[in-house]
Design a protein around this ligand. Structure first.
Ligand code: NAD
Length: 451
């Protein structure tokens, strides 16, 4: 008899299982594909590996000379790039499996089916358990006309590609669209991105998206905003798509089409048969209990914020609740990162959502930073949103070098109610890009020294 059976070894499931083992519970994890889930196998890890290769190639070709480094005959080997990606996947996958072993977790490679609360069928085994965690993740959304045409890629297919497409139409200029567009554009593919909203990365502020747009345009990526694909068909080996922009409607011929218009939760038939409440995703309370006693849900399957680190947090919350130590999910401060060049990060409220009466906004440019000058970089800025009466930081966005790492200073500030004054009076090391944040905090207080 297990204390818990976890279905799905992605970020929510594997972290929950490890945390439960740390809390002294007897746990089994059932996974039908690979340990690590989407993030390790078809998401965060392979994308970042690909982007490291394309970025290095692009810098060697376009930046090295300016910094006094002569690099001759720069080229890339797509097969070797894929091998690098595969090594990163394998390391991450094996890491999860190692942690299962180290923590005495039973890892069952099979498709799971919940027969009833307390009973999970996994291949030819029947697992009896006190609690069940559904952490079955999500899959790429695909809808008409794209589901009618054979060979349309989703993000799952990109990682299987044997060669870089000569040309590609990316439908959806969200996080996957711009990261994949950046990867393929840097390697020299002809990339077209069609975004239905009025700017790419519609979840972020327009000024942030504009910097990304400028950098993508500089590598030759064509971006069509407030636009849609009304028709797509396969002609021979190629695809012909009809694109409707505010100015014109035209046909585009490309060798590949990638659909990146969001993801939807993986909800099994067993969930439906058991009568577990489902809206967009599985419905839970703030302890992540579903409507059926003894069954919990965490991660993308809840269709709340589909990010690996949200899955990590939710998995830990479930572990404490199964142990009997009450914990509530808290998604009030969730940093997000987009791995373009330059990188983007945000946490808390965006400028577009702020209340002009209550909130102030201050910005500081990357170009005013000594470290950025030394790195030969000048694009981007840090932006802080704060409460006018208390000075407390409530939002932060950045586009620029190391934005993915620097967002945590703001996340800690928001989570713990720190003010721009407290942050500005904290000595920041010089010369670093963290001084871009310092500049924004100083600017919020009055006037930044270096502006
Ligand atoms: P997304 O929601 O980030 O972007 C989808 C984009 O498609 C949006 O900009 C939307 O306006 C656009 N769109 C929708 N329908 C369209 C249509 N018919 N024509 C043109 N554009 C259309 O989703 P995604 O990029 O597919 O990513 C899926 C999930 O994976 C997201 O939750 C994302 O946060 C996550 N993810 C995160 C990272 C990261 O954290 N760096 C990286 C990749 C994916």
């Amino acid at each position: 008899m297990y204390d818990a059976v976890v279905i799905g070894a992605g970020p929510a499931g594997y972290v929950s299982a490890i945390k439960m083992a740390h809390l002294g519970l007897k746990v089994a994890v059932v996974e039908k594909e690979h340990a690590g889930g989407t993030c390790t196998n078809k998401g965060c890890i392979p994308t970042k590996a690909l982007l490291v290769s394309s970025h290095m190639y692009h810098e060697a070709k376009n930046k090295a000379k300016r910094l006094g480094v002569n690099v001759q005959g720069v080229s890339y080997d797509f097969k070797a790039i894929r091998s690098h990606m595969q090594r990163a996947i394998n390391t991450s996958r094996k890491g999860v499996e190692y942690l299962f072993k180290k923590n005495g977790i039973d890892y069952v490679k099979a498709e799971a089916r919940i027969e009833k609360p307390g009973v999970v069928r996994a291949g030819d085994q029947t697992l009896q358990t006190r609690a069940i965690l559904i952490a079955t993740g999500s899959k790429p959304t695909i809808f008409p006309p794209f589901d009618q045409v054979e060979g349309i890629w989703t993000s799952d297919d990109v990682f299987k590609a044997e060669a870089l497409p000569e040309s590609i139409l990316i439908v959806g200029g969200g996080v996957i669209g711009v990261e994949m567009g950046a990867f393929m554009g840097m390697l020299g593919a002809e990339v077209h991105i069609v975004e239905i909203m009025d700017h790419i990365l519609p979840g972020e502020d327009q000024d942030i998206a504009d910097v990304v747009k400028k950098s993508l345009t500089a590598i030759g990526v064509k971006i069509y905003e407030s636009s849609k694909v009304t028709k797509v068909e396969k002609r021979g080996e190629a695809f012909v798509a009809t694109i409707e922009t505010p100015k014109e409607t035209f046909d585009l011929r490309v060798s590949r089409v990638l659909l990146s218009v969001g993801r939807r939760p993986n909800i099994g038939e067993d969930v439906k048969e058991l009568g577990i409440a489902v809206e967009k995703g599985i419905v839970t309370d703030d302890h992540l209990r579903t409507s059926v006693e003894g069954i919990y849900a965490a991660g993308d399957v809840r269709a709340k914020i589909m990010l690996a680190h949200v899955g990590f947090h939710e998995g830990i919350v479930v572990a404490y609740n199964i142990k009997g130590q009450e914990k509530k999910v808290d998604l009030s401060v969730v940093p997000s990162v987009i791995y373009t060049s330059p990188e983007v990060s945000s946490v808390g409220i965006r400028e577009k959502d702020m209340d002009g009466e209550r909130h102030g906004v201050a910005k500081f440019p990357v170009a005013a930073s000594g470290r950025a000058a030394a790195m030969g970089e000048r694009e981007g800025f840090a932006k802080v949103i704060y409460e006018k009466d208390t000075g407390r930081v409530v939002g932060f966005s950045m586009v620029g070098p190391f934005a993915s790492e620097l967002v945590m200073e703001a996340a800690v500030a928001i989570k713990h109610g720190l003010t721009v004054e407290q942050l500005a009076s904290t000595i920041h090391p010089h010369p670093t890009i963290s001084e871009t944040l310092l500049g924004a905090f100083e600017q919020a207080e009055g006037k930044a020294i270096h502006l």
